[in-house]
Ligand binder design. Structure first.
Ligand code: 5AD
Ligand code: SF4
Length: 436
């Protein structure tokens, strides 16, 4: 049986698709690269914001139309599965054949087979307190980076967020299983790994914390760059900051989701820190590791956020001067605390105004940060030969995760080169390869 998998949303979903591929190939399914010719199509979905949901509904319709002569089964897996079980199963227009949540991938093959045998809609959206797939070695896409999920789920229940409901409670993998996977990756030639988790720095396995895990993974020969995402500001003990600062293999980049800059809004969001506490953490990070690149996530238009309160977010951005930021409009999610307690009362035009304002501000900060690299020589890991603009360009990333274009660069994917930065925009650096 031929399966085609399409992945939406975050890196955890990318990783999960690699797990799914592994599970299915072990059970004699063949994973193919196009929907044409597939017996089964899996959409690995995200439900963190409403537009992610809409994209998937649209895609199901398009696929059905495109493949109307192909007797294909379409399954929804991932975060929307848990959240939308009822709607998906009951909606006759949608014609989804089965639904499998993020903790049930071991049962996927059986559910697919059953849907062919019984022609009945199947589902398994049970959430587990223990499933980490730690014994499954994902079948990865080629590239220079390998993801490793070290923990799954979330216990924080930020009031806007659907993740604790779609992915369940927090659980960590044993350090041994992570190290073994990282070692195998190094043997296969990956020199960069990214440790993943919904709250990656809450990692804890029988007392072994995230700082311990980072150090252990960094001891593996062959690995040269270790990244992690996404952390929560509440879990940055000094020991972790010291590892980031002192361990040469840990990339000097911290994604530090702010969400909002006003303490009252942060309290309604249940983020567990205030405006001042967040800024103190930024100061501490910069004092420990001055060269660190900081990036963030921000939500505008959370229920009841006033213009003055929004200005506090602007203030934090001006103070921190992030290297880059993902900025979102608040999107009400079913079942979350915010949905139950507060009306989505900030008008759409106000959300639009606020997001435009922050995107503008961020663009200026990114440009300033990027231009500061002009004249520096930075180590770049080459990720890709050819860019949208020219097949002769190569592109890669710095330790701080900045994208670098090297026009006419002659080097191999996976190679580390020293690049003299000669130009910069808000989005990319440009440079030439130099001998060190
Ligand atoms: N509305 C808008 N943005 C959201 N995020 C999570 N839930 C919502 C929501 N309901 C954003 C947060 C988070 C990122 C992954 O997505 O900023 O950090
Ligand atoms: Fe969602 Fe908050 Fe958990 Fe992140 S920490 S996944 S925003 S509930």
């Amino acid at each position: 049986m031929k399966v085609y998998i399409e992945t939406y949303g975050c890196q955890m979903n990318e990783y999960d698709s690699e797990i799914v591929r592994s599970v299915l190939q072990q059970q004699e399914f063949e994973v193919i690269a196009t929907p044409q010719g597939a017996d089964v199509i899996l959409l690995n979905t995200c439900s963190v914001r409403d537009n992610a949901n809409r994209k998937v509904f649209g895609r199901v319709h398009t696929l059905r139309h495109l493949l109307r002569k192909q007797p294909v089964k379409i399954g929804i897996i991932g975060c929307m599965a848990t959240d939308f079980k009822k709607e998906l199963l009951d909606d006759d227009h949608l014609t989804v054949d089965f639904i499998v949540g993020p903790d049930s991938y071991r049962n996927l093959a059986a559910i697919i087979r059953e849907s062919f045998e019984n022609d009945r809609k199947g589902f398994d959206v049970t959430l587990s307190k223990t499933e980490t797939y730690e014994d499954i070695y994902p079948i990865r896409n080629s590239g220079v980076n390998a993801w490793i999920a070290v923990m799954r789920g979330c216990n924080n229940f930020c009031s806007f967020c659907v993740v604790p409901y779609t992915r369940g409670r927090e659980r960590s993998r044993s350090p041994e299983s992570v190290i073994q996977e990282a070692r195998q990756l190094a043997q296969e030639g990956f020199s960069q790994v990214t440790l993943l988790g919904q709250n990656v720095n809450s990692y804890n396995y029988n007392g072994s914390d995230f700082a311990y895990l980072l150090n252990k993974v960094s001891e593996i020969d062959g690995l040269r760059r270790i990244r992690f995402t996404s952390p929560h500001p509440k879990d940055f003990p000094e020991s972790l900051l010291d590892v980031v600062a002192d361990n040469l293999k840990i990339c000097k980049h911290i994604h530090l989701p702010l969400q909002a800059g006003n303490s009252r809004v942060l309290d309604l969001m249940r983020r567990t820190y205030t405006h001042e506490e967040y800024l103190r953490l930024v100061d501490k990070i910069r004092a420990t590791c001055p060269e660190v690149a900081l990036t963030t996530d921000i939500i505008v238009g959370f229920p009841t956020e006033t213009d003055d309160e929004f200005e506090d977010t602007v203030k934090v951005m001006k103070y921190v001067q992030y290297d880059s930021a993902f900025i979102f409009k608040y999107s009400e999610r079913n079942g979350t605390l915010a949905q139950k307690k507060y009306a989505d009362d900030v008008p759409e035009e106000v959300k639009t105004e606020r997001i435009m304002h922050l995107n503008d501000l961020q663009k200026r900060h990114s440009l300033k940060k990027n231009r500061a690299h002009i004249g520096q020589t930075l180590e770049v890991l080459i990720e890709q030969q050819g860019t949208k603009k020219s097949p002769d360009d190569v592109q890669g990333r710095t330790d701080g995760n900045k994208l670098v274009i090297i026009p006419g660069g002659s080097c191999q994917v996976g190679q580390y080169v020293n690049v003299l930065i000669t130009d910069a925009t808000a989005h990319v650096l440009k440079g030439q390869i130099v001998e060190k």
